[in-house]
Design a protein around this ligand. Structure first.
Ligand SMILES: N[C@@H](CCC(=O)N[C@@H](CS)C(=O)NCC(=O)O)C(=O)O
Length: 209
């Protein structure tokens, strides 16, 4: 059964695509144009009632929330492709910890930064300079904590690549598009980590789609 991924052009959906490539799961992409408001169409809202992307359909199984989707596939196909969850329950706990950090600490400032720097024009609202400044400052504080963590282990959850690292990739990539890659490059360990995770064949494949 080929997994259908809706809204694959956007970063939250790319999180799912990287995971599917790492897990060697076949998928097809279904475009949902946020700029045209297709994510608010009644048919789409039947799949994702909050009107955001992504959502997947796997046969008659439907799932939304990108991090729920990656957890589902990493667990379901634990022994296929890259193991993204750790070998022990303790390692799994640390993967979950950093996945939560990604969602609760890293994502809000980088999402607002991308929204106001890259998408405000297209989405028809004015970019707010104060939001940009605050978001950059808050993201910097989060990355300072990452710098400390990554001075002790190669990846966020330990010395293995996991869902926690993977989940950061699509939005970190926007920093390059925004001309703000210095936020990563000025932090030695974060920079080495980014070079490593952004060189993975899975991300290169997703970028080619
Ligand atoms: N927590 C959701 C967030 C999804 C989300 O915010 N998606 C963005 C694209 S990256 C979106 O659809 N934005 C359109 C909107 O907010 O109207 C997830 O991870 O699936």
């Amino acid at each position: 059964m080929v997994v259908k991924v809706y809204g694959s052009a956007f970063a939250c959906a790319k999180r799912v695509l990287i995971c599917l490539v790492e897990k060697e799961i076949e998928f097809e992409t279904v475009p949902v144009d946020i700029i045209k408001g297709e994510h608010k169409d009644p048919e789409y809202l039947k799949l994702q009632p909050f009107g955001v992307v992504p959502v997947i359909q796997d046969g008659d199984y439907t799932l939304f929330e990108s991090r729920a989707i990656i957890r589902y596939y990493a667990e379901k196909y634990k022994s296929q492709g890259t193991d993204l969850l750790g070998k022990t329950i303790e390692e799994r706990g640390v993967v979950e910890q950093w996945l939560e950090v990604e969602a609760q600490n890293y994502h809000p400032p980088i999402y607002n930064l991308a929204l106001h720097v890259l998408f405000s024009d297209k989405m028809g609202f004015p970019a707010d300079a104060k939001v940009i400044e605050e978001s950059e400052k808050n993201l910097g504080k989060v990355l300072d904590i990452y710098e400390e963590r990554l001075s002790k282990s190669k990846y966020l959850a330990g010395d293995f690549f996991s869902l926690a690292d993977l989940s950061h990739i699509p939005f970190a990539n926007y920093l390059g598009v925004m001309g703000k890659m210095y936020l990563i490059e000025e932090r030695k360990h974060v920079s080495a980590w980014w070079d490593d995770i952004s060189s993975r064949p899975s991300w290169k494949k997703v970028l080619e789609l």
